[in-house]
Design a protein around this ligand. Structure first.
Ligand SMILES: NC(=O)c1ccc[n+]([C@@H]2O[C@H](COP(=O)([O-])OP(=O)(O)OC[C@H]3O[C@@H](n4cnc5c(N)ncnc54)[C@H](O)[C@@H]3O)[C@@H](O)[C@H]2O)c1
Length: 304
């Protein structure tokens, strides 16, 4: 399959393109390098196009000739959406519409959309596909709009869209990220202790990027369309126990400080993964400990 990965120079993209190439797919990456790094793709046999998903003409040209698109390019977090909700809307809503519309016009058959649990907002956990979305951040609202357009392009024109709601993803190629696992490893490498926001009792569902990319690949290669799936482990881990595991993995007691809680931080967040198990036959295979070891191997080999 000829596969276009938007945002392919980012964290998840850098891992995904390697898996796609291993599977024998031909890969094109479209990325404006606003967050991702060209160096993550160095030496890989793929076509790289530096450009923006808001450039309608360019998107049309790049999408043409592909069989499938994995749409990762986005404004990727709640803080960025609070700082600039208009930009968040432009990139995540209009940008997604641009890519979908180009797919419709070019007759692309498969489209996988990177969503998150943010559309579910104030719903209590576990996150499931059948709970009504109640976003509490502009990021949640823009991802929900993206989900809506994906389902609408399936409903109106039969485009083979699948929406995947990723939990907290961690793994190699995340040096530019401010997610908690990347932050803890960067804290260790910088020689400062780990800082936990709040009391550390807040919980998250951490999924290894290799497991996540297998789910994206399965969705891309399947014939399932017009569906939403939670992609997670179903396991709840507190930030305090994550900090303990990180110290075990790096083999030193680096010291833990507790800072003020982050404003608006959700106390509990994890997902139920019954639907993806049943429909796509996917389940996570990498334990948190093994995934953290892999991630640490990558981080500790980087030049800072
Ligand atoms: N990492 C997670 O834990 C997580 C969780 C839920 C959802 N997601 C979603 O997964 C996707 C990938 O996330 P990631 O963690 O790899 O983030 P990332 O920032 O590493 O990757 C996003 C990539 O998109 C590119 N990009 C941003 N705006 C663009 C634009 N206008 N035009 C072209 N390229 C653009 C960036 O340069 C970057 O390389 C995003 O859609 C994100 O919202 C990620």
């Amino acid at each position: 399959m000829k596969v276009l990965v938007t945002g392919g120079a980012g964290f998840i993209g850098a891992n995904l393109v390697r898996l796609l190439l291993e599977r024998g797919h031909a890969v094109t990456v479209l990325d404006n390098l606003s967050a991702g790094r060209r160096a993550y793709l160095e030496g890989l046999p793929l076509t790289f196009v530096e450009g923006d998903i808001l450039d309608v003409e360019l998107v049309g040209q790049v999408v043409a000739g592909h069989d499938g698109v994995v749409h990762l390019a986005a404004q990727t977090g709640v803080p960025g959406s609070l700082a600039n909700p208009r930009r968040d809307c432009e990139v995540n809503v209009i940008g997604t519409l641009n890519v979908l519309e180009a797919c419709r016009q070019a007759g692309v058959s498969r489209f996988v959309f990177a969503s998150s649990n943010a559309p579910l907002g104030r719903q209590s956990p576990p996150a499931t596909e059948d709970k009504a979305p109640l976003p509490i951040s502009p990021y949640g609202a823009s991802k929900l709009a993206g989900e809506g357009y994906c389902l609408a392009y399936h409903g109106s024109w039969g485009l083979g869209t699948v929406v995947l709601r990723f939990a907290n993803v961690y793994g190699p190629y995340s040096a530019h990220k401010s997610s908690v696992v990347a932050k803890f490893f960067k804290d260790v490498l910088a020689g400062r202790g780990i800082t936990i926001d709040g009391d550390g009792g807040q919980t998250r569902d951490f999924i290894y990027v290799g497991d996540l990319c297998r789910a994206i690949l399965l969705a891309l290669e399947s014939e399932v369309s017009g569906e939403v799936f939670q992609i997670a482990t179903g396991v709840e881990t507190s930030i305090r126990s994550l900090a303990e595991m990180v110290q075990e993995v790096v083999g030193q007691d680096v010291g833990v400080q507790y800072g003020p809680p982050r404003q608006g931080d959700i106390r509990k967040n994890y997902s139920a993964i019954r639907k993806v198990r049943r429909v796509l036959g996917w389940h996570p295979m990498v334990s948190l400990e093994a995934g953290l070891r892999d991630t640490w191997t990558w981080f500790s080999a980087q030049r800072w």
